[in-house]
Design a protein around this ligand. Sequence first.
Ligand SMILES: *[C@@H]1O[C@H](CO)[C@@H](O)[C@H](O)[C@H]1NC(C)=O
Ligand SMILES: *[C@@H]1O[C@H](CO)[C@@H](O)[C@H](O)[C@H]1NC(C)=O
Length: 220
Amino acid sequence: MMKGVPYLVAVAILALAFSLASAYDPSPLQDFCVAINNTDSAVFVNGKFCKDPIYVTANDFFFSGLNIPGNTTVNKLGSSVNLVKVDKLLGLNTLGISLARLDFAPYGLNPPHIHPRGTELLVVMEGTLLVGFVTSNPNKLFTKILNKGDVFVFPIGLIHFQFNIGQTNAVAFAGLSSQNPGLITIASTVFGSNPPINPNVLTKAFQLDKNVVDYLQKQF
Ligand SMILES: *[C@@H]1O[C@H](CO)[C@@H](O)[C@H](O)[C@H]1NC(C)=O
Ligand SMILES: *[C@@H]1O[C@H](CO)[C@@H](O)[C@H](O)[C@H]1NC(C)=O
């Protein structure tokens, strides 16, 4: 009689585990699951269509071009990020990882932002970066100056930034613990949403003059 109860509990826990797991990159149930749209040559594994392993080639796990510096003059901030995520490297699907190249002009800034789905592990290859992240509550800043070869970790979901404080270009690479870590840039998200957030909300939230809010909304 009682045997059914633990069974149900186990099923409930499993169901919960699966629903939690699906909130993050799923753990692979197979060696790989190369992403595919065309279901003709696909197998259904772990909740996703995967390319049939028969048709998978080395190129599904390959990306080329991270030797090429990003163009740091395309924005006002003097920085450029090239993120190799699952859209660019289909073999990343379900593996919970991606890789970015970050380029900074002198005094270039990768402005305060969040990756809602990924922890970031950054290594500086050239130059000097002032980096930091702020915890959720209380809002404590952890900050450090990084030189060539230095590594810093930005925990998942926390606001962080990287600023080139040197007079030369800076280059860094970062691994992120998601195939698609996501990006919320604080300034452009808050002041540049579409449609815009009511300026009265921003005036009060940031304790700014309305003209300043209008000005900021025009920047994005
Ligand atoms: C799937 O199709 C969409 C829309 O056509 C396209 O943007 C995307 O790159 C495709 N993805 C793959 C894995 O082929
Ligand atoms: C970088 O971007 C700027 C502005 O879009 C453009 O004028 C310039 O030619 C680009 N430089 C390179 C090397 O692509």
